[in-house]
Write a protein that binds this ligand. Structure first.
Ligand code: SF4
Length: 225
């Protein structure tokens, strides 16, 4: 892929393809946030922790206005977009992000593209990319590199990934991430299903899951088990 030529997603239905909706979490960005994992990713990093979110098939197809209403109803401080690849469905997500920001809440987006790729795509006429960048306060950019695992900063998987402030919403964040620790969050729903999100090293996850009687993951994971 050359800079400025991001691939077009296979479909552009105007809907958001949602792989997972988590109403509230303190493990996916600053503060209490609603997290959405989108379905579909064209980047396909080796060692990706969510390969089942690569395909553009499946997922819940949700109109942007309906998704924004669900996010706002959750009452959190903001929205975090993960994936899958949010910028592979940037047009629909830009509508969601704009609605979240209109009521004063923040938007954080993870992407496997570099910030330079996104910037050049926007300059080359990708209005969808420009719109989602314009509705994002905090971008975490860059592909996951499994030989560069980041054990220091919160939320990110590898040391190449950059925190980029696109607004003045988080003025101290770049200092804070140097002092913060990874956080892992475990929840059990009424049916007994266990979900783990956040980022942790394999040994910790193995220990944690053995306590609750579940087999360990094959790779570092921030996904539902
Ligand atoms: S780490 Fe993110 S960008 Fe990379 S393949 Fe997985 S979902 Fe896609």
């Amino acid at each position: 892929m050359s800079d400025g030529s991001l691939p077009r997603p296979p479909t552009d239905s105007g809907l958001v393809s949602v792989a997972r909706f988590l109403p509230s979490t303190c493990a996916e960005g600053p503060g209490d946030r609603t997290a959405i994992w989108v379905q579909g990713c064209t980047i396909r990093c080796a060692g990706c922790f969510n390969p089942h979110m690569w395909t553009f098939r499946g997922g819940e197809q949700v109109p942007p206005d309906d998704l924004a209403a669900r996010i706002l109803a959750s009452g959190t401080e903001g929205l975090t977009l993960l994936g899958g690849e949010p910028f592979d469905q940037a047009a629909a997500l830009a509508r969601v992000a704009s609605a979240v920001r209109q009521v004063g809440r923040s938007v954080m987006a993870f992407t496997g593209y570099t910030s330079l790729q996104l910037q050049k795509a926007a300059e080359a006429g990708r209005d969808d990319v420009a719109a989602l960048l314009g509705a994002t306060d905090l971008l975490v950019a860059g592909p996951f590199l499994r030989d560069r695992i980041d054990t220091v900063r919160p939320w990110v998987g590898s040391t190449n990934q950059e925190f980029i402030l696109l607004s003045d919403r988080f003025p101290h964040l770049l200092d804070d991430v140097q002092r913060a620790h990874d956080r892992i969050e475990v929840s059990v729903d009424a049916s007994g299903q266990i979900a783990v999100n956040g980022w942790a090293e394999l040994e910790l996850l193995d220990e944690l899951l053995s306590i609750v009687g579940r087999p360990g993951p094959r790779s570092p994971a921030r996904d539902q088990l």
